[in-house]
Write a protein that binds this ligand. Structure first.
Ligand SMILES: [Zn+2]
Length: 582
């Protein structure tokens, strides 16, 4: 198949535009239709990227203009006049700093496939070749795309690969290392003399080695971590690269550094889980409409779980930090009322309209499949270890799933469940219909017992007053204390406090916005007060009874009376041994 050849140039990068020229083969047709994707795989929201496309024109090889008709929000039809090839030019505005969009400025450009490239709408498999013309002063282009023969020339075997291969152009700091004879790069855009690239690349290499130990082989011939250090956040996985967004201060404190390493570990786990082993519904992709699956919890939750666990196994996170990270997931789940409304299967299916479109009521009506999915992964892991006397684990399920279903096949939820049932030797039906398909509470007792863990008992030291809690979150808006979320069933909810209410006083004494927390420290759980709020400028007095913060009930710790067997099972889990204990 004849390729489409693109040239990307940045004549005025400070204006945030990339200029695109595409040579499109017409195969003798009188007209060709081009399309642009409306979403990016891995990020489940229709984003209408084409709104940033301008000045689409076409000409034949003689330089004669050809008519271009817009036929849909993301489609353009070109009358070829019989030309064998047409040259299409357009400009794309890029000034959205996210892992899935374009950002173009004087220092660098981050180019993603979906919001940049028009392709033939018939989607006949064909190579897509890309030539980058860096802006003046830019020296490097970094991408997971295959070498196209010469500097800044790249080759994607097909459109899916093009969309799956972000490109960073500029003067980033570039580090490389080799694992299992495969070259890896850490590309840091924006170190600013603050982000510690040398330390980061050493630890990224340790992460790669630990993931290799889990999976057994590296399924790519090169890999690139594109780390965009622009005070943004988030990450997006690709087949042989990932885009990460970080703060330049990320390497400065232990907490921020560990969370950056967690992001690296999470995105890298996706090399296997979702980029090659995927729910059957997630591919081949429809780029012009939503693609629904009920299994995103297995994609993101399991990845979130292993992102943490493998960081510990790589020696980059302490045992206590690992338990703390897991506690945070459990706490987030158990303090989100939406867990009793939306199942994991529903959360996955409706990601497009719920998770990616949150509003003030989201905590009451939905639950993140990242959060609950990670907790389910932990429970499944414990269940398998318990049933097999620690001979097998979720690691074995993931490896077996990869062996059987990776590549073009994909797995159904039933097949994934079957792999667990094969190991534990019994039906998972009750657990599955509660945890995945249903909204019942998860049970932790067996898992904690197996590892000799417990939830830390709530004990206030003598003389210390228990902290009160109202169950609403607030923000300071021009000096006013404004409610942003009210969780169902909490003291604030029961008192009738609404989102957007301004809290003015408690028991007729003014509450200063910047001292709300200190003010709450003056009260005890169970105390009844009157809260004065302003709602659309109308004053209202509401009766509220303070409660106790339930988040403090979900901190995991090693049980002081754990037996040697439990201790060895805990070590086996944390270190990644799956041999029988003892
Ligand atoms: Zn992910």
């Amino acid at each position: 198949m004849d390729p489409i050849r693109y040239t990307l140039s940045f004549p005025e990068p400070h204006t945030h535009y990339v200029e695109v020229t595409a040579s499109v083969p017409c195969a003798g047709q009188s007209s060709v239709e081009l399309m642009m994707a409306v979403w990016t795989p891995g990020s489940y929201l229709v984003r209408e990227y084409q709104r940033h496309v301008e000045s689409v024109t076409a000409e034949n090889p003689d330089g004669r203009d050809l008519p271009v008709d817009k036929t849909a929000k993301n489609r353009w039809r070109i009358a070829t006049g019989g030309a064998p090839i047409v040259t299409v030019t357009y400009r794309v505005y890029g000034r959205e700093m996210s892992v899935r969009t374009n950002w173009i400025e004087s220092r660098f450009a981050l180019i993603n496939g979906a919001p940049t490239f028009l392709t033939l709408a018939d989607r006949t498999p064909r190579p897509h070749l890309v030539t980058i013309v860096p802006a003046e002063g830019w020296t490097r282009s970094m991408t997971g795309l295959a070498d196209g023969g010469g500097p800044h020339h790249y080759c994607a075997a097909d459109y899916d690969t093009l969309v799956d291969s972000p490109i960073l152009v500029g003067n980033p700091a570039v580090y490389d290392f080799t694992v299992d004879r495969v070259k890896h790069w850490l590309v840091n855009e924006g170190e600013s003399g603050v982000f510690d690239g040398v330390r980061a690349v050493r630890d990224v290499e340790a992460i790669v080695r630990e993931h290799l130990r889990m999976w057994g082989s590296l399924p790519y011939d090169k890999y690139m971590f594109l780390n965009v250090i622009t005070e943004g956040g988030g990450g997006l996985e690709h087949r042989n690269s990932a885009v990460l967004m970080a703060s330049r201060w990320a390497t400065r404190t232990r907490k921020s550094y560990v969370s950056w390493l967690e992001l690296v570990s999470h995105e890298f786990f996706h090399v296997w889980n979702v980029k090659r082993l995927r729910p059957v519904e997630l591919g081949p992709f429809e780029y012009e409409r939503e693609t629904h699956t009920r299994s995103l919890w297995a994609v993101e939750g399991v990845t979130e779980y292993y992102g943490i666990l493998l960081l510990h196994r790589a020696g980059l996170m302490t045992r206590d930090e690992t338990l703390e990270a897991l506690s945070e997931k459990i706490e987030a789940l158990q303090t989100t009322p939406g867990r009793l409304v939306q199942s994991m299967a529903q959360a996955s299916f409706d990601a497009w309209i719920k998770l990616y479109r949150p509003d003030e009521n989201s905590p009451n009506t939905s639950i993140s499949y990242y959060t609950k999915g990670a907790v389910i992964a932990f429970l499944l892991d414990a269940m398998i270890r318990r049933a097999t006397s620690a001979a097998k684990s979720l690691d074995d399920v993931m490896r077996e799933a990869y062996r059987q279903y990776s590549g073009q096949r994909g797995f159904t939820a039933q097949q994934l469940r079957g792999l667990v049932e094969d190991l534990i030797g019994r039906s998972l039906s009750a657990f599955w219909s509660n945890a995945i398909e249903g909204t019942g509470e998860l049970k932790y007792a067996e898992a904690l017992d197996f590892f000799g863990l417990r939830f830390k008992p709530e004990t206030a030291s003598p003389g210390e007053r228990q902290k009160v809690w109202i169950g609403a979150t607030t923000k300071i808006d021009e000096g006013r204390l404004v409610v942003t979320h009210v969780k169902r069933g909490t003291p604030a909810f029961n008192a009738g406090i609404n989102v957007d209410d301004e809290i003015i006083a408690i028991d007729d004494l003014r509450v200063r916005a910047d001292r709300f927390d200190q003010r709450l420290e003056q009260y005890s759980p169970g105390t009844k007060v009157s809260v004065l709020v302003a709602r659309r400028e109308q004053l209202l007095e509401l009766d509220l009874k303070f409660g106790v913060d339930p988040a403090r009930l979900w901190r995991l710790e090693v049980d002081p009376i754990a037996t040697p067997t439990q201790a060895s099972q805990l070590t086996g889990w944390l270190k990644g041994f799956s041999e029988p204990a003892g």
